[in-house]
Design a protein around this ligand. Sequence first.
Ligand code: NPW
Ligand code: K
Length: 505
Amino acid sequence: MRNELLSTAEMAEADRLTIAAGSLDGYGLMQRAGEAVAALVLARHPGAKRVHILCGPGNNGGDGYVVARLLAEAGVDVALWASGEPRAGGDAALAAAACTLERRPLSTLTAEAGSLVVDAIYGAGLSKPLTGDAKAAVDIVTGMNLPVVAIDLPSGISGDSGEVLGSAFRAALTVTFARKKPGHLLLPGRERCGEIVLADIGIRDEIIDQIAPRTFENRPGLWIANLPAPAVDAHKYKRGHTSVFSGGPSATGAARLSALAAARSGAGAVTVLSPANAMQVNAAHLTSIMLRKVDAIEDVDDLIGDRRPSTFVLGPGFGIGDKARDFTLAVLAKDRQDGGVEGLVLDADGITSFRNAASTLYEAAGRPDAPALIMTPHEGEFGRLFADIAGNKALSKLAKAREAAQRANAVIVYKGADSVIASPDGRAAINSNGAPWLATAGSGDVLAGIIAGLLAQGMPAFEATCAGVWIHAEAGSRFGPGLIAEDLPLAIVPVLRQLVENTVR
Ligand SMILES: NC(=O)C1=CN([C@@H]2O[C@H](COP(=O)(O)OP(=O)(O)OC[C@H]3O[C@@H](n4cnc5c(N)ncnc54)[C@H](OP(=O)(O)O)[C@@H]3O)[C@@H](O)[C@H]2O)[C@@H](O)CC1
Ligand SMILES: [K+]
């Protein structure tokens, strides 16, 4: 399956290019869209007593008129409700004219228990909050708890941001075309879509390639080709060396969790870098993972000279302040070339430490040949570093992550149930395999470790980050109730096995 996501503008462009290529005209695309929806309605709801089809004034409504005609031809009891009139001469007007069923105003909608609703009011063209007859229809259908099949998007959900504009249907099934849209994956859109089925309506892959979308669903296909597989002659340092900075004696657990996750993700060697006063407590809890005393910047330099760690994690349990800033900048001052430092994953306290010194961080990360910087803020941390972006109501979560990545010269994971991973080069991916079980203390420390471990094995920063987010979420979702962060490093093992064996997509 292809992983591109299309903005509503890119979808309109795909439509235009397909028509220009001459294989199908707009009405032909609409027929195919309607046929796909009608077939799914018949397959999924063979026993529906009555199907209410709600049609808006645009092409989404046009799809609805095609569905109405096809279902009526198949012998289904169809009731047709219209909001507004399709523009004369347009494809939707043609579809409406071809449908001879009686049309009643949507403002007079009534439905009966046991019936099914097909929502064709607004799709990609939603331009303002739902009001009037459309809003009233949402209230009636939601109040009666009727199952809804949404065409393209549940009306009221923005295809670009996933936001609810005014109010929106909650669909059991959403049928969309060619590729998913960001609004199908971003919250709250994702939970309003129900099951999402992608229908092929004749928009060819070459057309999508021509558009070259920069947004993706975060699935293995996006990065599996870059997933490290150890060579037969691998020795431990060839498989990458990750170092994790530990906090003081009463805050060491987070770094060890991160270190363990880096090791499980395949880094050949992992070292916990501990202040002198926490050496004993760290030593008491580490076996295969190495331990080294690091109190000052010079110790970091020595370590890089001696052991050549390729990646670092800084932040989990580390403490906020000068030391975090100094160590971060010392790592970013190293070169990447010739087996130098590949990257730094900055999380938690590491991020917060730069709240009043953000530009120093971004400049350090923007230096040519600087190690890759990866930051993994949750919403609160994101707001501390990027207050203006976070507060801009015109931006979706996707757009916010993208803007932050460009400003910070860093790969950003804007965490949440719909984590967005954005690269400074403009690419972005939306994660959709998370589960509520992952919202547990220490879960983020594990994520930072997985990303650093994959990066140490030579995966490029964006791909390593996307893979880390997906693997972490998959492990947590499969583990389910009762998950604590300590379970996660081991829970990623079966996920990795399936990825290596290529049995999960
Ligand atoms: N692209 C493709 O490849 C294919 C696309 N297809 C289908 O086309 C759909 C997109 O069609 P579309 O562009 O005509 O937009 P659509 O969602 O019907 O709405 C536009 C109309 O609604 C109006 N309107 C909007 N919001 C409103 C509100 N809150 N309250 C009141 N009015 C509101 C808006 O008014 P305006 O903004 O102009 O004032 C305009 O009149 C897409 O989702 C898919 O189903 C398929 O046929 C197959 C191929
Ligand atoms: K719709």
